[in-house]
Design a protein around this ligand. Structure first.
Ligand code: PHE
Length: 375
């Protein structure tokens, strides 16, 4: 296993007054925590279980990377994996920019090209990834992904007796179905066609779990252009990317994504390295506190901006932000939104005073920072 030591994270390198910079302190505080490197943490347990599966199937073949620096170039995050100019994911409403040419990686695919250029033909990359998003039980602006890539040699393609692309697709599906069984046992699965700029064809794997079809990963046959441009001219291969929180929430019955970040031993002590059988037993459920806020929107307003602001003020006490009313005044053309914010701690009861203080700070900053006219 290879891990290149990441440089120390320095706040001034990540948060600056550069006009493109949209990283908040709340986000910076999550950087370098590396939950996926804690052996007894649910994310570390899932990561190790996936490592074990690949080790069992292909002893010694896959190189592991789990300590790559999360600050990457726009080139690595988007251009080198063929994300088109103007694709939504490049928008600063969706991605954290350090400056115009540098982002917090929004997927582990940001490392595909550089690792291919090192000459690797089989590797797994695990890391924290960053996306601006709305607030609910399954979305958090920092989460963890694992990327897998395998490139076949011309000899391997010849031995398979099918085209390189067909070999890659067959091996990909076989490998990932095996992985899903390794994690979830004997589950029903289905392949769904998908689109990713870096693979063609592209698929999503869904598993039938507790009465529902759940998407567990995205994958596909690596675009020839990516292999050609990065030292593997003419070879074919596959890639997949999966969200560790998603898998852990399903497997361990974890109801809220904020729990991954808690220091509460009542959560942490329920998980142990190597144990995929653990099922989370909720230790208590404290009451939520709902607060509504209404305002006239403006041109710059987006729900992601609102949620970023709420997280900056409330941190992990913000459980959900939901649009409950949206209307446009026919005469003035002005649009009014009402959002309901649910505040709840996973660890304790919140006091009225505490929630009122948070809510009034949110209101003030909506007016001051987002220039919204409160109603
Ligand atoms: N990068 C994709 C995502 O974040 C996942 C993916 C990786 C899909 C590799 C295909 C191949 O959604």
């Amino acid at each position: 296993s290879v891990a290149s030591a990441a440089p120390v994270l320095v706040r001034e390198d990540i948060i600056s007054d550069h006009p493109a910079n949209n990283v908040t302190d709340n986000i910076f505080q999550r950087m370098g925590v590396n939950l996926h490197r804690r052996p007894d943490h649910p994310l570390g347990i899932i990561k190790s279980a996936i490592y074990d599966y690949f080790q069992q199937e292909h002893p010694g073949r896959f190189t592991h990377f789990d300590d790559l620096y999360p600050v990457v170039s726009v080139k690595a995050n988007f251009d080198e994996v063929l994300v088109p100019e103007g694709h939504v994911s490049r928008n600063p409403n969706d991605t954290y920019y350090v400056d115009a040419d540098t982002v917090l990686r929004c997927h582990t695919s940001a490392h595909q090209a550089e690792i291919l250029r090192r000459g690797e033909t089989a590797f797994l990359v695990t890391g924290d990834v960053y996306r601006r998003d709305t607030i609910d039980a399954t979305h958090y602006p920092v989460f963890h992904q694992m990327e897998g890539v395998r490139v076949f040699s011309p000899d391997e393609v010849a031995a398979a007796g099918v085209s390189g692309s067909q070999l890659a697709e067959d091996d990909l599906k076989h490998t990932l179905e095996g992985l899903a069984r390794h994690l979830f046992g004997d589950v029903e699965m289905r392949w769904v066609d998908a689109y990713f700029p870096f693979t063609d064809p592209s698929f999503e794997l869904e598993i039938f779990f507790k009465g529902e079809w759940l998407e567990v990963l995205g994958c596909g046959v690596v675009q020839q252009q990516i292999l050609d441009a990065n030292g593997h001219r003419g070879n074919q291969g596959w890639a997949f990317g999966l969200g560790l929180e998603r898998l852990a929430m399903v497997l361990f019955d974890i109801p809220d994504i904020r729990l991954f970040w808690t220091d509460d031993q009542r959560f942490l002590k329920q998980f142990k390295a190597g144990n995929l059988q653990a099922r989370f037993k909720p230790f208590s459920k404290f009451p939520p506190c709902y607060k509504d806020v209404s305002f006239w929107t403006n041109e710059q307003f987006t729900e992601n901006n609102l949620c970023e602001l709420v997280r900056s003020v409330a941190g992990d006490l913000a459980e959900e932000v939901k649009l409950i009313d949206d209307f446009t005044n026919k005469k003035t053309g002005k649009t009014s939104n009402c959002f309901r914010i649910a505040y709840r701690s996973m660890e304790r009861s919140l006091t009225d005073e505490e929630v009122n203080n948070i809510q009034s700070t949110v209101r003030r900053r909506l007016a001051d920072d987002l220039k919204l006219e409160l109603r």
